[in-house]
Ligand binder design. Sequence first.
Ligand SMILES: [Zn+2]
Length: 177
Amino acid sequence: MLQSWLIDVAEVRPAGAKGRGVFTTQALAQSTVVSGFGGHVLGRREFSKLPIDQQVHSLQIAEDLFMVCLPTSEPADFFNHSCEPNLGVEGNILLVATRDIAAGEELTFDYAMCDSDAYDEFECECQTPSCRTKVTGNDWMIPELQQRYRGNFSSYLERKIIDLNRSVPNSSGMLNG
Ligand SMILES: [Zn+2]
């Protein structure tokens, strides 16, 4: 039995320079739940002992907590990042379609929606017009992204965004307007 759930019309396929990715074989309506992540919940100390290729297939769910499928990765671990994604995070473990998606499209989310840690930083090659070239663990702090992804951040990042904007009263953050 798998630890994470992936909608049955999705499959893992080669995705060019990105290695593998998750694609839908059928059209999906906006708001469709596409994946539910499960696995082992590890604290930072244990997590940091994992091999890098397992770390990058994990999901950060709190400041110091990471969910990861062990001992091996599963199909749901192969969602790629995009700076113009078609999925968002709901709660801490669900991926949901943020628009109607056509058959054959790759399913992606923006790692800024759930990462606040440097464990998975990389040069982005998503090649979308909005590409920010480098993806870092601090991207959730970018006001423009806070606005664009409002409601699509994981629960723990929504809370961090509220705290951040409260501590910087004159910022252009999403909650001060
Ligand atoms: Zn990009």
